[in-house]
Design a protein around this ligand. Sequence first.
Ligand code: CTP
Ligand code: MG
Length: 242
Amino acid sequence: MSRTAAIVPAAGRGERLGPGAPKALRTVGGVPMLVHAVRALATARGVDLVVVAAPPDGVEQVRTLLASHALDEPAVGRSAAAVVVAGGDTRQASVAAALASLPDDVDVVLVHDAARPLAPESLVCSVVAAVRAGSPAVVPGVSVTDTVKRVGATGVVVETLDRTVLRSVQTPQGFARSVLAAAHAAADPATSATDDAGLVEASGVTVSVIAGDEEAFKVTRPIDLVLAEAVLARRRAAGVVG
Ligand code: CTP
Ligand code: MG
């Protein structure tokens, strides 16, 4: 049997969001971001298990939180099991801890930031499908809207990059388990990769980009919370549960 697991790194502090509860526990539409993210994964067809990496001193709190929220949605009527493990000091360490906890029969692994609460279930399904179709590593990407410049130490522009070949990449990212495990095993624990595809690229494996979704944006700064509230309100007004 082969199963798909989704890892949710949720052990960050959310420093760029400013003072308050750890970011994954901050709410959008009254529901913690982590619950939104776990629901999208747990209800997606093709995801069998969700593993959350919680702050090491908050594992019980996160277990209680997940137990107190329904993870399925009535319209979908299914939910994968969710378990909680202790994360680490960096995102890379948190993902590695969750990866090490996976059962043997898992052969496809998604990694999805708790900080992307509104990633649609359709995006989750597209990533799983692309990996199951044979791609060893898959990332959703969207075009870049700002012009991006490389800037030197003195604040002087070094070059202007060609925007047409740039993509902002999102999560969930999907991997053959063996590929992701090898990339993490080869990575320097002292470095801290901000995405898993970066580690896989460094290990020499081809990473494919599929169409991302603008609603899968990451909540990083206070303005992102304003956008998330607006997007969720629009969904609810349209009758989409969330
Ligand atoms: N993350 C994690 N373990 C860490 C650091 C980050 O699991 N030690 C997770 C975060 O909880 C988040 C995801 O990685 O879901 C993406 O990270 P980011 O957006 O940078 O979140 P934070 O690290 O919490 O925010 P900041 O960098 O502003 O402190
Ligand atoms: Mg961070």
